[in-house]
Design a protein around this ligand. Structure first.
Ligand code: ZN
Length: 277
């Protein structure tokens, strides 16, 4: 199915990290004024803030809180660090509940001092141990597979196939997948795995941006949709065919865009969203 271009911003969500130079109250004010409907909140923006009040402030400005980013980082060669990660994830879940976020996105983690499969087993064990805690607080968890260039330390879950396997094995309504085009666009099985994810009602989130050629930094050189080589609209078509009707989340880490005037950047995001997503 070909995705039709969006005609409005009713499904547009922007991550706070995308406009990193803005404090969260500034981002909320500008997003709201610009007609953006959803916001995904990065935890660093909540430091030294009253989380309940911040959630109310966001809703008072007419924005939906789509997710809290991020928990995860379960694997470690140290058992003590694994247990600390569980506690940290519980804090993230508490924060999501206080904020009124229905979901925490998980960057699952990896430890390059041990085989990837051991990290994967620890991820599964870690998620299983926090799922009841999250369910009690009405918070869902979304596994975000990351591009294999991050398999050393950031995530041992690198394909949608692996994420689907993991989430299906956990077999719990509270766990699903966050599909980010930046991490998954290169995968020849992507269309099939998106369909599989949708068939299990496991598509919890959809993140967009673009892959620049050349990419100058592994972390902070993402492109705005249309600047790079990711077929964002085609992938969105697969996502919609798989039944996803939620927010389309613009998540861009970019030193180049962060150096621009953020209001100008937000207008460019809106244009790109209508044209390319
Ligand atoms: Zn993402």
């Amino acid at each position: 199915m070909k995705a039709k271009p969006f005609k409005d911003f009713s499904r547009l969500c922007v991550h706070t990290i995308t406009t990193k130079p803005w404090r969260i109250d500034e981002a909320v004010r500008h997003f709201s004024k610009a007609g953006v409907n959803g916001i995904s909140v990065w935890r660093d923006t909540l430091e030294d803030r009253d989380v309940v009040q911040t959630g109310n402030m966001i809703r008072d400005n007419g924005l939906d809180i789509v997710s809290l980013v991020r928990g995860g980082f379960f694997p470690s060669i140290s058992r003590r660090k694994q247990l600390e990660a569980i506690d940290e994830n519980k804090r993230a879940i508490d924060e999501a509940a206080e904020l009124g976020s229905p979901m925490v996105v998980l960057v699952c983690g990896a430890d390059s001092g041990q085989p990837l499969q051991v990290s994967r087993d620890q991820i599964k064990e870690g998620i299983a141990s926090i799922l009841p805690y999250a369910a009690e607080r009405n918070v869902k968890l979304a596994v975000e597979p990351l591009h294999p260039m991050y398999a050393d330390t950031r995530s041992a879950i690198n394909t949608l196939s692996q994420a689907n396997d993991l989430v299906e094995a956990l077999n719990d309504q509270g766990i699903g997948v966050a599909i980010d085009v930046y991490h998954l666009w290169w995968d020849q099985t992507l269309e099939k795995e998106i369909a599989r994810c949708g068939a299990h009602d496991n598509i919890f989130a959809f993140h967009i941006c673009d892959w620049l050629n050349p990419t100058k930094d592994m972390l902070t050189d993402r492109g705005l949709m249309g600047e790079g080589c990711i077929p964002v609209r085609e992938i969105r078509g697969w996502i919609e065919k798989a039944g996803f009707t939620g927010y389309v989340e613009v998540e861009i880490f970019s030193d180049r865009w962060w150096a621009e005037d953020q209001q100008y950047f937000l207008e460019e995001i809106k244009k790109a969203y209508l044209e390319c997503s």
